[in-house]
Design a protein around this ligand. Sequence first.
Ligand SMILES: [Cu+2]
Length: 153
Amino acid sequence: MDHYATGIVNRSTLSADLPRAIDLGETERAQLVAFLNTLSSEDPPRPVSLPPKTITWGVTAQAVAATTVSQKDRRFSPGAILLKAGEALRILNDDTRTHNMRVDGPNMSFNSDGQNPGDTVTIGFDRPGHYDIICGIHPEMRLSVDVTSARRR
Ligand SMILES: [Cu+2]
């Protein structure tokens, strides 16, 4: 906190987006530290030299996923998906950066942690409803999933 408040050394490689005058009070500092602590994980980051990992989550995720969503260029593509209950969705990091996928809702709460390039997450959707998926690293990345009951389609 002290480094970013007063200790930044001006270098040509410094991001133009980095605020130069961060003036936070004690309460704001404590709140920011508390927020940063919520981002901690029990698992250390996985080296990118390891082979791609495949995460499977949900009762029906063992089924072959009918639909694959790309994470290339910092966007979920397509950005909206329609499934029926019991189907699974495959999310492939075909980008050059690390991504994440998380969903928080009444029917589902899941966080993939870091997804390195090449990693896939396959999640099963057992219950009808609407699900908003985001990348926790790039929150502007959004994927809308609507799951209809298996009988209606
Ligand atoms: Cu991302």
